[in-house]
Design a binder for this molecule. Sequence first.
Ligand code: HEM
Ligand SMILES: *[C@@H]1O[C@H](CO)[C@@H](O)[C@H](O)[C@H]1NC(C)=O
Ligand SMILES: *[C@@H]1O[C@H](CO)[C@@H](O)[C@H](O)[C@H]1NC(C)=O
Ligand SMILES: *[C@@H]1O[C@H](CO)[C@@H](O)[C@H](O)[C@H]1NC(C)=O
Length: 500
Amino acid sequence: MEYLSSILLLVLTFILTQAVYSRITGSTKPKYKLPPGPYPLPIIGNILSLGQKPHKSLAKLAKVHGPIMSLKLGQVTTIVISSPDMAKEVLLTHDNSLSNRVIPQALEVHDLHKHSITFQPISPLWRNLRKICKDQLFSNKSLDTSQDLRREKMRELVDEIHCCGLAGEVVDLGKITFKTAINMLSNTVFSVDLVHSQGSAGDFRETVMRLLEDTGKPNMADFFPALRRLDPQGIKSRNSFSIGKMLEILGGLIDQRVKLRQLQGFDNNMDMLNTLLNIAHGNNQDMNPAEIGHLSVTLFAAGTDTITSTLEWAMAELLRNENAMSKVKQEMEQIIGKGKLVEESDVARLPYLQAVLKETFRLHPLVPLLIPRKANETVEISGYTIPKDATILVNQWAMGRNSSVWENAELFSPERFVGSEIDIKGHHYQLTPFGGGRRICLGMPLAIRTLYLMLGSLINCFNWRLEDGLTIDDIDMEDKFGLTLVKAQPMRLIPHKISN
Ligand code: HEM
Ligand SMILES: *[C@@H]1O[C@H](CO)[C@@H](O)[C@H](O)[C@H]1NC(C)=O
Ligand SMILES: *[C@@H]1O[C@H](CO)[C@@H](O)[C@H](O)[C@H]1NC(C)=O
Ligand SMILES: *[C@@H]1O[C@H](CO)[C@@H](O)[C@H](O)[C@H]1NC(C)=O
């Protein structure tokens, strides 16, 4: 209904404006050769083909039109990539020309669009922010230093789950791990816990999930720039609320630190917040506490629910595949010992655990179309033209399930990665859950460490079973589309602590 009414609205607006516009300019047909694609309807183009699950609809269209296709989404030419070869063209060969981003209308609130690393075009500001984060926050050295803090959070989580188990309570995996994920990130960035109770973690989680869903939804205001101010689906106003809430919470933390610094002068704890405040203090890079707040919103939106949703998918697949579950348990029992926490440095010695995570990303890429890129100049890929300003989507979900790329593509089988050189760090184009090239996920080093630490420890410290009366056939694997592809139904499980 929401779609229909907004489409009706824009049809009315556009029949008028288009008619006037083409009369003034005379309609010009482009001379270049776009990739093939479905035939566009007048004005709305192929918007109706997206449906509620664009990753699936686009995968179906690729079966007809091939691994590089073009769609017209309202006024936006959109190129959709669905094979490893074509992904390599985008993420490697033409990375320089295809690395801009479009700022979604949904994020033009609270000035976020001016400071979000994720949606800035390639610019001095983007370079600066990336460099600061990369050097200060996500370098091996900083991450090694902060790992004690993350281990401590993991220990607290294990204790908390243990208590639930003793009380015979059912655990909502996504919910209970969220508090840990958020505090791991806040300890890494700010050296403090951001949330103290499951209640406030739950509020934060709802906010992040709503933000990611709304930001990733097809938005008429992006397809028809003239609708940007009208906000036909109400997405921007919902986002304004979500982002306002996050800014309030994160801003509070930043203000606290600013006050502390005024009292104590600079302290020598060089966490990211102090580094950013020092830059702001030196005042040569145009950053003030409010802008640091915006950066923090970006990091917390990108770096919390992505982790817990991946854990949910991994656990769902492992419970459905008892063989894989017992193998991964056996590996950890042998290498690090029964019932123990996994250390970040153990991972190199746990090839099957690594294979489990890769296989989870293959079937459930958390960011199914990557974050849309934009061409800053016209380029040619395998004989087709990608015009300047086109949007480029790389359909990870389609590649992960393509039977020409993977044997038994629908089957969850970590074995396929055992002894294979394919990793997930952006160089093997059949599996790039973190993207690739200049725009590769900034938080990847932290994300990978956190995922192994949490997934490994959850498996090695507990036996998990479904609620009474349910069998593995009852596990609902339906997904929900947004910027991220999350599990539609929560994983509700009963833990049983394994003693060491
Ligand atoms: C399961 C975990 C995660 C997944 C699957 C994931 C995936 C992605 C993907 C696919 C992109 C777009 C890459 C491209 O355009 O080629 C991205 C960008 C980004 N990610 Fe992540 N991410 C994860 C966790 C994190 C974490 C923990 C953080 C930070 C705390 C983070 C921060 C970012 C940022 C800032 C960008 C934008 C980079 C830019 O545009 O320059 N992500 N991520
Ligand atoms: C599957 O992969 C092959 C080989 O990379 C590619 O040619 C084909 O177009 C892909 N199919 C779909 C539906 O994306
Ligand atoms: C597009 O971006 C690349 C890399 O930043 C740059 O070399 C190139 O000149 C840009 N093209 C245009 C037309 O601005
Ligand atoms: C970080 O450490 C890992 C494993 O120890 C290594 O493979 C990687 O190359 C290191 N990265 C950097 C940037 O030093």
